[in-house]
Design a protein around this ligand. Sequence first.
Ligand code: GLA
Length: 400
Amino acid sequence: MPLLEPGSPTDLIATTTAAFTERFGRPPRLVGWAPGRVNLIGEHTDYNRGLVLPVALPHATWVAVAPRADRQLRLSSAQQDALWTGTLDDLEPAAITGWAAYAAGVLWALREEGLEIPGLDLHVHSTVPLGAGLSSSAALECAVGVALVGLLGRSLEDTHDGVPLRDVLVRAGIRAETEVAGAPTGGMDQTVAVHARAGSALLIDFDDGARRHLDLDLEGRVLLVTDTRVSHELTDGGYAARRADCEAAASALGLDSLRRASLEDVEGLTDERVRRRARHIVTEIARVQRTVDALAQRAWSEVARCFLDSHTSMRDDFEISTDELDTAVSVAVEAGALAARMTGGGFGGSTVAIVPEERLSAVVRAIDAAFTQRSYAAPSHLVVQPGAGASVEAVDALGG
Ligand code: GLA
């Protein structure tokens, strides 16, 4: 069964280091990395001050970096053709375009946070599938951020102006994404990329910022992520339109966010579309809490119900699903998955399913067959063991 493998960290560090050395003619000082993520439940709730439950993927983005004596910046990536070159003076949102918005954008945002950015050379290598709704952009932002922290000789456990550096990195990633790349996203992806712990899901409450690591014991079941290969873009308007509808709903109710709204409140909204958008948010936040409780109690049929209700709500009320996502979800369940739903921002991207180990190959085969039968692009599949959050590796220590 062909699965998209995350690769071994030792090999990936060696590959990224070798590519850096070839491109820039000297070895890097260190390698930073950060994971992609899959969200178990809680979609579009982050920017509504709600709850989310993501896990970090074992698939990550690796960033090799070395400082320069001058003010030059040279950014290259194994996944992108264009080398981005500039100087420290070019670190301004309007001057940074293309893929560099996420990399140089973070350097800009970290400078705004008061960190000293040196001239540098940087090379990126990623095993997070791009455009799959698995947060390749947050992985890149956070990998650049941790690499920079390492370059400055700081530890991720340090604080900066009294704020934990990990939280500074999360904020810088969000600013790069919203203010430089122009995707008005909510912060879930950067938070889990920086704070995840291996073996756990991360419950984040965007009302007060509280985070809780939850051991994820699926009792003989695995997480299967299926990338439908319908590329999703957070900058193409659909995401921003959903966010605007949620803000319109909150404002019509006289609330600062939909976190304060009840189902009864939103059912009274007069605009039909805004009412459906708000209903998704209010019911989705409740489903995250129900899923957390059900996971703790091993109440698997309740987990299954939450996933399916979540998918239906995204398909019908929030209108962010696609035929490919709907097919992957229904076929997975017919072939023996306990639960399945689309995950991430929507309009394409991936599904996540909880599958009994012994049904895994049958589920993968059934999805592949359904996609072939409907003439959809061939999907790719990842089996996810919840991974750890961003970190820095010294190249010397690894024999690079
Ligand atoms: C994208 C955004 C997140 C979140 C999800 C949907 O991944 O980056 O902030 O809104 O979509 O849950």
